[in-house]
Design a protein around this ligand. Structure first.
Ligand SMILES: *Cc1c(COP(=O)(O)O)cnc(C)c1O
Length: 382
């Protein structure tokens, strides 16, 4: 059935794909072992390193983001090793599951969803237990919209024999992440959030000391062998058959990011976040993350007890064509997420705010769109 309105994906993955990227991916397939494709992979490496702010190779893997998380756990630690997992939500809990399946011995630092970690508490835990060999955390916890203090935690881990593994899947290319300067040992992202691509690629980069560790570890995982991937990467190849079209699309997306300039992209993300927060508050809805450490790619709403997120999400899609998302796990009813990451601008977000307001049982009065747009322009410095 045809619709009279566009479908807008304001979701924390997948996100809309620019026409330039879609068209690049529609080109006839290149062969993945021939020179034309090797040139694309070589150029991707240069742009990926610049995106991650690292000198290390950034390995593309044919899998969703969770595959990158799995690769990190299997390549950097041996079964039985003690690690600290800091979790305050659904994706933090995923780290617990992954490292447990790898046979690691996790010490879990668990915080209330919607809050973030105190780096001093992590420092104290590492001081108390020198057997801890790694710290696993998110940079942005997508289930709640919290930005965790990765830079501060890296300042703690880098002065110890402890590897910091950071899930940057909803942070890289959304808010600044400087791998080498901060001292992150393993940085992971995926294709379908800030990178303006379909799902299907994960990216993993390791610091020099993480590569040393990887050389000692037997990954015991045939597909995710980062040492083998690195050797192929140095020849501008991937170890197994490349996800050719996605890597061609990546080349176009990275070129677009480069043309826009990452500082401008981050500024836009910041301004969209101010716009979303202002609009939601002006509607009389409650922000799930009150102040301080909120992520720049989505804004979460704390739903009133008598109004679960599900029916609001359903109505926004049915009547406005806007895809919003409910919470995850036990926050399913309590949180509604309005994402604004990747190829999204103020017009899309205005549509998202309208769809949210339209789908509440009582239409909010007042000029929430005007206020939101004022906040957007103010944040952009216009
Ligand atoms: C989306 C997301 C993931 C999972 O990625 P998949 O591609 O679904 O495997 C993991 N961590 C964070 C923080 C995410 O936002």
């Amino acid at each position: 059935m045809s619709s009279i309105q566009a479908t807008r994906m304001l979701t924390p993955g997948p996100t809309p794909i620019p026409d330039r990227v879609r068209l690049a991916m529609a080109a006839p397939l290149l062969h993945h072992r021939k020179d034309a494709f090797k040139t694309i992979l070589a150029e991707n490496q240069v742009m990926l390193k610049s995106l991650f702010c690292t000198e290390s190779p950034v390995l593309p893997l044919a899998c969703s983001g969770t595959g990158g998380m799995t690769a990190a756990s299997f390549n950097l630690f041996e079964p039985g090793e003690k690690v600290l997992v800091a979790t305050a939500g659904h994706f933090g809990n995923r780290w617990v599951d992954i490292v447990t399946q790898r046979g690691l011995d996790p010490v879990v630092l668990r915080k209330e969803p919607g809050t973030s970690f105190d780096p001093e508490e992590i420092r104290a835990m590492l001081d108390d237990d020198p057997a801890i060999r790694g710290v696993f955390m998110q940079i942005s916890e997508t289930s709640t919209g919290v930005l965790h203090p990765v830079q501060e935690v890296a300042a703690v881990t880098r002065e110890r024999n402890v590897l910091l593994v950071a899930d940057g899947i909803s942070a890289v290319s959304i808010s600044p992440v400087r791998m080498d300067e901060w001292g992150i040992d393993c940085l992971i992202t995926g294709s379908q959030k800030g990178l303006m691509l379909p799902p299907g690629l994960a990216f993993v980069a390791l610091s020099p000391r993480a590569w040393k560790r990887a050389a000692e570890v037997r990954p015991q995982c045939y597909y995710f062998d980062l040492t083998a991937e690195r050797a192929s990467c140095e020849k501008n190849q991937t170890h197994y058959t490349s996800p050719i079209s996605l890597l061609v699309g990546l080349h176009e997306a990275l070129t677009m990011l480069q043309e826009m300039g990452m500082d401008n992209v981050f500024k836009k993300q910041w301004a969209l976040t101010q716009m979303a927060r202002t609009g939601i508050a002006a509607m009389g809805m409650e922000l799930f993350v009150k102040e301080g450490r909120y992520t720049w790619g989505l804004t979460s709403v704390r739903m009133p007890d008598d109004l679960p997120a599900g029916p609001v999400v359903a109505k926004a899609f049915k009547e406005c064509g806007v895809i919003l998302t409910a919470g995850q796990g036990n926050l399913k009813d309590k949180v509604l997420r309005l994402a604004h990451m990747g190829w999204i601008d103020w017009g899309d977000l205005a549509a998202g705010l309208h769809a949210l307001a339209w789908s509440l049982p009582e239409r909010p009065s007042g000029a929430y769109i005007e206020e939101a747009l004022d906040a957007y322009h103010k944040a952009l410095g216009e």
